[in-house]
Design a protein around this ligand. Structure first.
Ligand code: NAD
Ligand code: WQD
Length: 334
């Protein structure tokens, strides 16, 4: 069975992908420095999946750690999640973002090359499309950046595109990942006040935050609030399994959007989350947030054609699973 290195595997998307890979029969080793995840995540993964969870605590910037890891494990492919991901913070700390996101990728690729491992799935983002009126967005759309974070994702894609053709690379552009695992044992767990809509609403639902600020209701959208393509993190995780299988089986690279193709407004999400938790969630409308675009939705067809990927879960599933996670409705999934 193929053995996969999951960098950032203790993080939000990485932990869900760990479970999807194990379920698909892959052997997985996680590398994470726990800079943005809790050290109990591996135990939680073990509670869900059984077996023992193979974890190396270390940094993708550390050459010695990577070389030891590739020497100790016969790795067939890598899924690279480890990165810094807060758009606002990237404006304050651009060099940290370049170092971890670009430097970390380069260090990883060099270690893979030394170990003769040339299959990699890369976490990219819809943020590489910048602000565009073309909606839903096809993969061929030009890339442009509006933050240092977005710059690092474009740079990562461009570096991967320069590799020799003995490499097979899966570039996955995620739209807005939300929701939690069906067990309610893992989910998104931000340290600080969340920047993103669903984690913020989750804290309004639990009573930790008083009300949601809706950032603008004067956009050119059906109800005036921003429209996004929310995708359930379990669907996203399954997309990584399909991407890896495709790389291993075909040796061909791909760049695909991972979204549903459906747009939901902020008010749609407030309603869906209120239904999920059975409370009328409080909100007030405030001015637009700097840098926000009106609409961002995926053309999802290429992922279906190339990978056979189709998101199955609804906005209601996303909100229900998020609520189950934050309200502690842990289920024994085995
Ligand atoms: P996350 O912060 O929850 O997970 C990232 C993990 O990487 C964390 O566990 C963190 O401790 C680890 N990490 C960070 N720097 C590291 C380093 N130098 N060495 C080793 N480990 C390190 O983030 P996430 O939401 O799971 O995102 C995963 C990937 O997906 C990132 O590359 C992110 O840019 C990308 N992405 C996320 C979103 C989103 O909305 N969550 C959208 C598009 C793309
Ligand atoms: C969604 C909608 C807000 C919070 C971000 C990154 C992007 C990608 C995914 C990594 C927008 C509105 C939000 C709030 C609100 N990450 N909103 N009140 O900005 O689409 O994407 O995460 O690659 O790069 O930028 O996600 O969840 O922050 O916002 O009204 O308190 O909710 O204006 O319309 P976004 P989000």
């Amino acid at each position: 069975m193929a053995k996969i290195l999951l960098t950032g595997g203790a993080g939000y998307i990485g932990s869900h992908t760990y479970l999807a890979l194990v379920e698909a029969g892959f052997d997985v080793v996680i590398l994470d420095n726990f800079s943005n995840s809790k050290t109990d995540v591996p135990n939680r993964l073990q509670d869900i999946a059984g077996g023992s969870v193979d974890v190396v605590e270390g940094d993708v910037l550390d050459r010695a750690v990577l070389d030891a890891l590739f020497a100790d494990h016969k790795i067939d492919g890598v899924v690279h999640f480890a990165a810094l991901k807060a758009v606002g913070e990237s404006v304050q700390k651009p060099l940290d973002y370049m170092n971890t996101n670009v430097g970390g990728l380069l260090n990883l690729l060099a270690a893979m090359d030394r170990a003769d491992v040339r299959r990699i799935v890369f976490s990219s983002s819809a943020t590489v499309y910048g602000d565009t009126n073309v909606q839903p967005i096809p993969e061929e759309h030009a890339r442009t950046y509006t933050s240092p974070y977005a710059f690092t994702k474009i740079a990562g894609e461009q570096i991967l595109e320069q590799l020799t053709d003995d490499w097979a690379v899966g570039i996955l552009r995620y739209f807005n990942p939300v929701g939690a695992h069906k067990s309610a044992i893992i989910g998104e767990d931000p340290e600080d006040i969340p920047n993103n809509l669903v984690p913020y609403m989750a804290k309004v639902a639990t009573g930790e935050l008083a009300e949601l600020s809706v950032f603008g209701d004067d956009y050119d959208t059906p109800d005036g609030t921003g429209v996004r393509d929310y995708i359930h993190v379990e669907d996203l995780a399954e997309g990584h399994v399909l991407s890896l299988k495709s790389l291993i089986e075909t040796g061909q690279s791909h760049t695909v959007n991972l979204g549903t193709g459906e747009g939901s407004s902020v008010f749609d999400v407030v309603k869906a989350y209120s239904d999920a938790c059975g409370l009328e969630l409080a909100y007030k409308v405030t001015p637009r947030r700097d840098g926000d675009v009106a609409v961002l939705t995926a053309r999802p067809e290429k992922a279906k054609t190339v990978l056979g990927f189709e998101a199955r879960r609804t906005l209601a599933d996303m909100c229900t699973s998020s609520w189950a996670w934050v309200s502690g409705q842990r289920k024994n999934s085995r």
